[in-house]
Write a new protein. Structure first.
Length: 310
C-alpha cells in the first residue's frame, strides 16, 4: 500500500497562527464521499450531483437522490457537505437533451419540476443524514437566480410539510465561476451562506479560452478576479471555498489561503498531500504573497511569486 509509506496527513489543518483551514473533497457519488473520508477529508466541498445522472440512465428519482445525498452526509457526521444542484450543459449535457438548455442554475430554473424534485430530495437528506448540508448553485450569473431558488426551496419545504415528510431546510451557497458572478459577488455574498470559487470555469471565462486549454489560473486577470470575489465575501462575513483543480496545486493553494480562502476542495486522492502542505502555513506571509500577486501586471511576475512561495 503506497499511501501507508507516505507521511500521515494531519487530522485537522491549522496555519502557524492557529487559524483552522479545511481540506475537503470534490466527489460525484456517495461512494466517492466514503473514499474522501478515508483519505482524511474534513468534508465534501463539492458534490457534483449531475454525475448521478451522467453516470446512469438519466436523472434519478426523488427517493434515489435522497438516498445518495443522505449517504454522503452520513460519511461526515461532524463535517459539512456541499451538494451542488445539477450543472448540466456545456461539457456536461443532460443525456437525451437537445443541448439548448442554459447552463447551471439557469437550466434548473428552466426545468422547475425537476428542480423542485431535487430540492425536496436535498431537504429530506438534510433531515436524515448526519452532516451539515449546504446546497450550492452552479454557474450563477444573476441575483434573481438565488431569489428564485429560495422561492422554490420555500415551496419544496411547504410540500414536504403538507405530506408529513421529515425534512430540514439547508443553507444556500453560490458558485463564483463566471465573470458575472465576480461582478455581483457583493450582492451574492449578502444573500447566501457561503461562496464557492470554481476556478476551472472562472479561468476559462475570464481568459476566453476553452475548458480543455491549459487553464493557467496563474495569471494576473484570474488572480484579481478571485481576489475581488474573496474580498466581497470577507466584507459580507461569508466564508469562501475553492473547488477548482487549482486548489490542489501546492503553490496556488498557498496563494488562495493568502487571499483569504479558508476551505480548499480537491479530488479525494489529493487530500493528504494538500493537508501536509497547508499544515503550519505562515498566513501573514501567504497574505503578503497574495497582495503582491494581486498587484502583479504580468504572468511571469505571478509565476515567480508562486515559485517563491510564502
Ligand atoms: C469549476 O468550474 O471550477 C468547478 C469546480 O465546477 P466544475 O469543474 O464541475 O465545472
Ligand atoms: Mg464549473
Amino acid at each position: 500500500d503506497a499511501s501507508a509509506t507516505e507521511a500521515a496527513a494531519p487530522d485537522a489543518v491549522r496555519a502557524a497562527s492557529g487559524t483552522p483551514l479545511a481540506v475537503t473533497a470534490n466527489v460525484g457519488s456517495a461512494r466517492e464521499a466514503a473514499t474522501a473520508r478515508e483519505r482524511g477529508a474534513d468534508g465534501v466541498g463539492l458534490f457534483r450531483s449531475e454525475f448521478l445522472a451522467l453516470r446512469s440512465d438519466g436523472v434519478p428519482d426523488e427517493d434515489a437522490q435522497t438516498e445518495a445525498y443522505a449517504a454522503a452526509l452520513d460519511r461526515f457526521p461532524d463535517g459539512e457537505v456541499a451538494i451542488r444542484t445539477f450543472d448540466f450543459g456545456g461539457d456536461k449535457p443532460l443525456p437525451g437533451a437537445d443541448g439548448t438548455a442554459p447552463r447551471g442554475v439557469a437550466g434548473s430554473l428552466a426545468a422547475p419540476d425537476r428542480h423542485r424534485e431535487q430540492l425536496r430530495a436535498l431537504c429530506r437528506a438534510a433531515a436524515r443524514g448526519a452532516g451539515d448540508l449546504t446546497v450550492v448553485l452552479p454557474h450563477v450569473t444573476r441575483v434573481e437566480e438565488v431569489t428564485a431558488v429560495r422561492d422554490h426551496l420555500d415551496a419544496a419545504t411547504d410540500e414536504l410539510k403538507a405530506a408529513g415528510v421529515p425534512h430540514e431546510r439547508p443553507a444556500l451557497g453560490a458558485m463564483v465561476e463566471t465573470p458575472a458572478a465576480v461582478e455581483l459577488a457583493p450582492e451574492l455574498a449578502s444573500r447566501v451562506a457561503s461562496l464557492s470559487l470554481g476556478t476551472n470555469d472562472l479561468s476559462r471565462h475570464v481568459l476566453g479560452t476553452t475548458r480543455d486549454a491549459d487553464p493557467s489560473v496563474a495569471q494576473p486577470a484570474v488572480v484579481r478576479a478571485i481576489d475581488r470575489a474573496v474580498t466581497a465575501a470577507a466584507d459580507a462575513g461569508v466564508p469562501v471555498r475553492c473547488c477548482g483543480e487549482a486548489a490542489a496545486d501546492p503553490e496556488f493553494a498557498a496563494l488562495l489561503v493568502g487571499l483569504g480562502v479558508t476551505e480548499l476542495s480537491v479530488a479525494p486522492d489529493a487530500v493528504p498531500a494538500l493537508k501536509r502542505r497547508l499544515d503550519g502555513v505562515d498566513l501573514p506571509a501567504a497574505a503578503t504573497l497574495a497582495e503582491r500577486a494581486t498587484a502583479a501586471s504580468t504572468k511571469s511576475e505571478v509565476d515567480s511569486l508562486l515559485n517563491e512561495g510564502p
